[in-house]
Design a protein around this ligand. Structure first.
Ligand code: NAD
Length: 389
């Protein structure tokens, strides 16, 4: 290994059952006098849920707060504008996001427009932020996007239905909280979708052109944990061990893609999510096997290693035969947790594929995909995912 690479993650990460109780003291240590708690109404209503426990801890530490509950799934620009307005009216000085990727990305978006200018669409791209965000902590409640650890803010423009990404080291929360006890009540369908997102986020960085030895080991461990724990977490959400393993996996996958980037699955899934407002994890899972089958010839050795990580015995197989086993493993996992077999399930329409393909190739995730495709290749991949896995 003879090259340089960066490795980015939050400076402090609290992990394990009960860590949420520490948030009040940590807010005080960071001199947060009045954080804006950015979340969803449904999460605020959960009895003794993540929002209630966050507020209790803040109150105990004597930290004032205001609550913004206007985050929509696949957060929109209008959510960011409303959150910024409240931050200013309430004279807040910091942000605490509570929820899954939607809450974290909305909170990052609010922070971005507070210090970098009102038009967030102009900040789409890589390292576009000149100024630091207000201090930001993230309480994560899904396993998951990894957004509580990452430099990405994924936002949907409700006018043109385009999902865009602001990627900057300045977006990385100062502190992340991953408490599996906050995830016991996550519904089955959300557990499956978010778990598949973590699975994809462990696979894409492994075959990314930007992978490095640290991200490789994180991906390996994350894939094994997800295979052990995701079907059980979906079947029995109250299983603390399965939830804990999924949190560990989503953190590892989050750290991996934060540094090794992703690929066409995410670049294409962002278009499905923006166009049809569908759950992000489902969009990723629906595209996974189609895209990775296409990628096989770019790095068969890496896919063969993936097959071995997934537990396949590849003795006596050619490299390509071994590589193909990894696709079987991906297909099996998505099927086991109830992912449908076609993008028809989220309302995809072939007449949209051309524009979505064009935009997918502009998405920042496209650049690290191991195989370089044309617009027609991407249209064909959407069509294949439409015709069925
Ligand atoms: P989400 O945040 O939209 O949450 C999904 C649903 O689960 C919501 O209805 C929410 O209320 C519910 N929920 C969350 N936690 C719960 C809990 N503890 N108990 C009960 N219900 C709960 O879903 P997500 O998959 O976590 O995030 C998706 C978003 O994140 C998408 O916009 C996607 O593009 C983005 N994303 C961001 C990154 C990043 O690095 N910034 C990475 C991947 C995806």
């Amino acid at each position: 290994m003879n090259r340089q690479f960066d490795f980015l993650m939050p400076s402090v990460n609290f992990f394990g059952p009960g860590v949420i109780a520490k948030i009040g003291d940590r807010a005080k240590m960071l001199n947060m006098h009045k954080p804006l708690v950015v979340t969803q109404e449904s999460l605020e209503k959960i009895e003794n849920g993540p929002v209630v426990q966050t507020i209790e801890s803040l109150k105990k530490a004597g930290v004032d707060y205001a609550i913004f509950t206007g985050v929509e799934p696949n957060p929109k620009i209008r959510n960011i504008k409303a959150g910024k307005k409240m931050y200013e009216e309430e004279k807040c000085d910091s942000i605490i996001t509570v929820g899954g990727g939607s809450a974290h990305d909305c909170g990052k978006g609010i922070g971005i427009v507070l210090t970098n200018g009102d038009d967030i669409t102009k900040l789409a791209g890589i390292e576009t932020l000149d100024n630091p965000l207000p201090p930001l902590m993230a309480v994560n409640t899904t396993a998951g996007t990894g957004s509580e650890l990452t430099r990405h803010a994924v936002i949907t423009n409700e006018e043109d239905h385009l999902k865009f990404v602001v990627v900057s080291w300045r977006n990385i929360p100062l502190v992340s909280f991953n408490d599996p006890m906050l995830m016991l009540g996550v519904p089955k369908s959300v557990t499956a979708a978010t778990g598949c997102d973590a699975f994809v986020q462990a696979i894409e960085p492994y075959v990314s052109v930007d992978h490095n030895p640290i991200t490789d080991s994180q991906c390996k461990e994350a894939i094994q944990l997800i295979q052990e724990a995701l079907p059980e977490a979906v079947a029995n959400g109250q299983n603390v061990e399965a939830r804990t393993k999924m949190v560990e996996a989503e953190m590892l996958a989050g750290m991996a893609f934060n540094n090794a980037n992703l690929g066409y699955v995410h670049a294409m899934a962002h278009q499905l999510g923006g166009q049809y407002d569908a759950p992000h994890g489902v969009c990723c899972a629906l595209l996974l096997t189609t895209v990775e089958e296409y990628n096989l010839i770019a790095c068969p050795d890496r896919f063969a290693e993936l097959a071995r990580i997934m537990g396949y015995d590849t003795t006596g197989l050619t490299t390509m035969q071994a590589a193909e086993k990894s696709i079987d493993g991906m297909r099996e996992m998505c099927k086991a947790v109830g992912i449908p077999s076609s993008i028809k399930a989220i309302g995809a329409k072939p007449e949209d594929f051309s524009l979505m393909a064009e935009n997918a190739l502009k998405d920042g995730n496209a650049f690290s995909n191991p195989r370089k495709g044309t617009k027609q290749d991407i249209i064909d991949l959407y069509q294949k995912a439409y015709d069925g896995i």
